[in-house]
Each structure stands twice: as structure tokens, then as C-alpha cells.
Design a protein around this ligand. Structure first.
Ligand SMILES: Nc1nc2c(ncn2[C@@H]2O[C@H](COP(=O)(O)OP(=O)(O)OP(=O)(O)O)[C@@H](O)[C@H]2O)c(=O)[nH]1
Ligand SMILES: [Mg+2]
Ligand SMILES: [Zn+2]
Ligand SMILES: [Zn+2]
Length: 325
């Protein structure tokens, strides 16, 4: 269940008309249905598009305020946080376990912690704790994603946040900043390629994990997730000989919805490509929060087109909201 049970994004995303037409895979048939082709990009029984937009804006606004507080809190503690998002079973926990083991060998001083999101069970937190790294399991029940207040509560329970909240809290933060402490927090989201895209947790970046058994067309079918991610990690590369997965097409599809997305291909099982992933993480730990990656001319043109689309969409949504109030 996601805000209004449909998991739309009031800001719209990389597809200007509220839905994507994939010209490489044919056009919609006359008999096809598109329930995302209204201003709310979602259909909710018994609710108008205008009301759905307002409700979602309220809920996400409240979430984003907590996410901003999380971001400031992480920064004060020298914590760089990553939000790992994917469909169920793409290999998030397996990758985390392999990553933790490799980072502990390469950088024993780097402090690590994990927040595990699942509807039910403590399996994944148990797998992380077995490595010796602290983990907090967050069960969401009927919820299909982690939200910022859940992450705020989990962070306070981690040893990375080893001080009490009270009048001395801000002083303590100032000391931590002076020491330049750096640590890595991995947040494994609930396995779901749709809803977690729209929930900011206060992370440095979302990392979208896609395994090669899922099909190379996923960035086009679930564009919001790949539009929201800084990095796409293609996992289970050891299985490439056994599946029809076109890596080049997959990357092209991902760049169509997010021209700036970075891509890595790896196997947590064989270890292939793990070094590049570890380098990426270590580079990120040292990077300032608002680092801007220079874009190529093609990327710049695509980004400009996307900004124009988003502005048109914003104008459309604003006029709908204006008419409804
Ligand atoms: N061949 C192969 N299998 C993998 C790899 N990574 C994970 N797997 C397998 O994929 C399955 C799912 O892995 P998990 O790490 O539990 O996936 P997850 O994304 O954490 O799953 P949820 O938390 O349930 O969403 C397990 O059977 C893993 O052994 C890999 O690199 N290669
Ligand atoms: Mg998992
Ligand atoms: Zn949802
Ligand atoms: Zn604190």
C-alpha cells in the first residue's frame, strides 16, 4: 500500500505525458488500457485524480521533511548512506554480505552498519549480523517500502549513532564533524521495483540492483526506480551464459530514463566486478554530498529535454491543483 495504493509520483518522472511509449517495442494497441495516463499517474477506486495528487503531496511532504533531517543527522555523524532498491531476490543481501567481507579486509577502520527492510522475518538482519556488522531489521507489515521516520528510528539504535539525543546532542555532532569521522550505512529496502522509488530516506543516493535473470527491459517497464537511482548494479553476471540478457540494451534502456545513471556489472558469487563496486563505494565515502559529475554533450541535451518535460508536467499538475482548490 503506497500513499494512495498506486505508487505514483506527484513530480512525474522521465516520461512527460505521464506514461512511457516505448518506440522500440511497438505502440499501444487500440484495445490496451493505461490507468496511469491521468494527471495523478494512478487510478484509485472512489478517488478523483485531483484528490489523489493532494493526498500524495501531503504524505510525501511529511516524509521529505524527516528525510531532510536524516540527511543532516547522517552528515553530522560522518555517515554516508546508500538506499539499495530492487525487486525481491535480485541479490541485495548477498551483495551486502560480500561487500562487508571485502571492505573489512581492505579498510578495517571503516565503520559499517546496515538497516534491513522486509515485510516480515529477521532473515536478512541475521545474515548481516553473522558477518559481525551491526544490523537493525525493520519489518513493514503491509507496507511496501521503507519511509524516512522508519530509518530515523533504526539509525538511533545503531552503534554508529552512539550518543543520546538531548541537549548535548548538537555539541557531540560538532565534535564528530571536527574528527572527520566517516562510516558507511547500507539501507536495504523492501524488495519492490515500484514504490521505494518515491520515498526519500535521507540517503546519499539510491542504488538500483537488477539481476540478469530479470530481463533487460526492466528499466523501461519500471522507469521511476531507474530515474531515481544514481547507480545501476547489474548482478548475477555469473549467470549470463545461461540467460538471454543483453547488457548493452539494458544500459541503453536505463540511460533513456536516466541519462546520467552509472552502471556496474558484477557477481557477488564469483567476485567478478566486485573491485569496481568497492572502488565506487570508497570514492563516494570521500566525496562531498553535492558532488556534480560532469555530463557529456549528449547527456546535457537529454537532461535539458527532460527538464522541459518536467516543467510542462509541473505546470499541468499546478493548474489541476489550482482548479481543485
Ligand atoms: N548465481 C548467483 N546467485 C546469486 C547472486 N547473488 C545472489 N544470488 C542468489 O539469489 C537469491 C536471492 O538473493 P538475496 O541476496 O536473498 O536477494 P535479495 O535481493 O536480498 O532478496 P529480498 O531481500 O528478499 O528482496 C539467493 O538464492 C542468492 O544465493 C549472484 O551473484 N550469482
Ligand atoms: Mg534481502
Ligand atoms: Zn506501494
Ligand atoms: Zn546524532
Amino acid at each position: 500500500m503506497c500513499v494512495v495504493c498506486g505508487c505514483s509520483n506527484p513530480e512525474g518522472h522521465a516520461h512527460g505525458h505521464g506514461h512511457t511509449h516505448d518506440h522500440t517495442h511497438g505502440h499501444a494497441h487500440d484495445a490496451d488500457l493505461d490507468f496511469g495516463a491521468n494527471s495523478a499517474r494512478v487510478s484509485v477506486p472512489g478517488m478523483s485524480a485531483e484528490r489523489a495528487i493532494r493526498l500524495e503531496a501531503d504524505v510525501l511532504g511529511a516524509n521529505d521533511r524527516v528525510a531532510r533531517a536524516n540527511r543532516a543527522h547522517f552528515e553530522a555523524h560522518g555517515v554516508v548512506a546508500y538506499n539499495l532498491v530492487s525487486s525481491p531476490g535480485s541479490g541485495k543481501t548477498t551483495l551486502l554480505v560480500a561487500t562487508i567481507e571485502a571492505l573489512r579486509r581492505a579498510q578495517p577502520d571503516l565503520r559499517l552498519a546496515v538497516i534491513e527492510g522486509d515485510q516480515q522475518t529477521h532473515h536478512d538482519a541475521d545474515r548481516i549480523r553473522a558477518t559481525g556488522v551491526p544490523a537493525i531489521q525493520v519489518n513493514t507489515g503491509k507496507g511496501c517500502h521503507l519511509d524516512a521516520p522508519m530509518v530515523a528510528a533504526a539509525f538511533e539504535r545503531l552503534p554508529l549513532h552512539a550518543h543520546a539525543h538531548g541537549p548535548a546532542h548538537d555539541d557531540h555532532h560538532a565534535h564528530l564533524l571536527e574528527r572527520g569521522a566517516r562510516s558507511l550505512l547500507f539501507i536495504e529496502n523492501v524488495g519492490n521495483l515500484v514504490c521505494p522509488a518515491m520515498w526519500d530516506l535521507g540517503e546519499r543516493a539510491k542504488v538500483a540492483i537488477l539481476s540478469v535473470t530479470e530481463g533487460e527491459d526492466k528499466p523501461l517497464k519500471y522507469p521511476d526506480m531507474f530515474a531515481a537511482a544514481k547507480l545501476m548494479v547489474l548482478t548475477k553476471s555469473d549467470l549470463l551464459p545461461h540467460v538471454d540478457f543483453d547488457v548493452a540494451h539494458c544500459i541503453a534502456y536505463a540511460r533513456r530514463v536516466n541519462p546520467a545513471i552509472e552502471v556496474l556489472l558484477l557477481s557477488a558469487k564469483s567476485g567478478q566486478g566486485m573491485d569496481a563496486w568497492l572502488d565506487w563505494l570508497q570514492g563516494e565515502v570521500g566525496e562531498p554530498a553535492a558532488a556534480v559529475v560532469p555530463a557529456s554533450r549528449d547527456e546535457t541535451a537529454a537532461l535539458k529535454a527532460r527538464i522541459a518535460e518536467l516543467e510542462a508536467r509541473l505546470a499541468q499538475v499546478t493548474s489541476v491543483q489550482g482548479a481543485a482548490t
